[in-house]
Design a protein around this ligand. Structure first.
Ligand code: DGL
Length: 269
């Protein structure tokens, strides 16, 4: 196949549906790319896996995906995985560029006026040395609250599948991120799990006050675009493939949500 017929091949990977918040800006930036979305829902949620189990799973699965889809670039659209497995992936596939998704602590700290910044992530991401190092390096003069939410990624999955998600459940997960100190209030909430921007409107509606929700998706898309090089004249067919590792049937509401984002579930599961 020539590059003209497939364009650059980009694989976007997450444990579930969260990576769609990274897929969307990449899809908009690169209409010439062949995009494949992979959700490792057989192992969702990654936030509950031990570090050793997560490294083993992602490196092994990536071997299969690279063999099957021969991507030119892979986006790990998952903070929980990126903060741990980027090193092992780059060591295992040295000629393949990997773009990760890591907590956007640097821009949040730079933008904060109150110097109260919160990082809303999975329990895995908040426990990582990688995350703690970002806080030390870029937010040393802020009070940073790390919130390891056990349920919010799952609530985002349920909402996108068309299930009912209660406001109280969302409010309870985000409340620890809203801190008041001597008349100052948290003004930057880093959405350090790609699932969370799926719920952005509901996060705002259930927040005790308005704070900036920092979503790294657009910045990741700009990075991918720069690495892939100039846009070619090719335009991809209307829908890209979504692969779910569980092979479980998707309810119609999820199929609709995927179609709205330019994806259709691949029967090659
Ligand atoms: N979307 C993933 C992230 O960005 C996490 C969800 C999970 O726990 O699997 O961290």
């Amino acid at each position: 196949m020539t590059l003209d017929s497939v364009g650059p091949r980009i694989l976007v990977f997450d444990s579930g549906l969260g990576g769609l918040t990274v897929f969307a800006p990449i899809s908009a930036a690169r209409p010439d790319a062949t995009l494949t979305y992979v959700a490792d829902d057989a192992f969702f949620p990654y936030g509950e896996l031990s570090e050793a189990a997560l490294v083993e799973r992602v490196v092994a699965l990536m071997g299969e995906l690279v063999a099957a889809y021969a991507p030119d670039l892979v986006v790990i659209a998952c903070n929980t995985a990126s903060t741990l497995v980027l090193g092992p992936l780059r060591a295992r596939f040295p000629s393949l560029p990997f773009v990760g998704t890591v907590p956007a602590i640097k821009p949040a700290a730079a933008a904060s006026r109150s110097r109260l910044v919160s990082v809303l992530a999975t329990p895995g991401t908040v426990a990582r040395d990688y995350t703690r190092a970002l806080v030390r390096e870029f937010a040393g003069d802020c009070e940073v609250t790390l919130v390891g939410s056990r349920w919010l990624a799952g609530l985002a999955e349920r909402a996108l599948r068309g299930e009912n998600v209660a406001d109280e459940d969302i409010a309870a997960e985000i409340a620890p991120g809203y801190v008041e100190r001597d008349g100052r209030r948290t003004d930057q909430i880093v959405l350090a799990c790609t699932h969370f921007p799926l719920l952005a409107e509901r996060l705002r509606a259930n927040a005790p006050w308005a704070a900036e929700l920092v979503d790294p998706g657009p910045a990741i898309a700009r990075r991918v675009d720069a690495l892939i090089g100039p846009v070619t004249p090719r335009r991809r067919a209307e829908l890209s493939q979504a692969i779910f590792t569980s092979g479980a049937p998707a309810p119609p509401s999820l199929q609709k949500a995927l179609r709205e984002r330019g994806l259709t579930i691949s029967s090659a599961n």
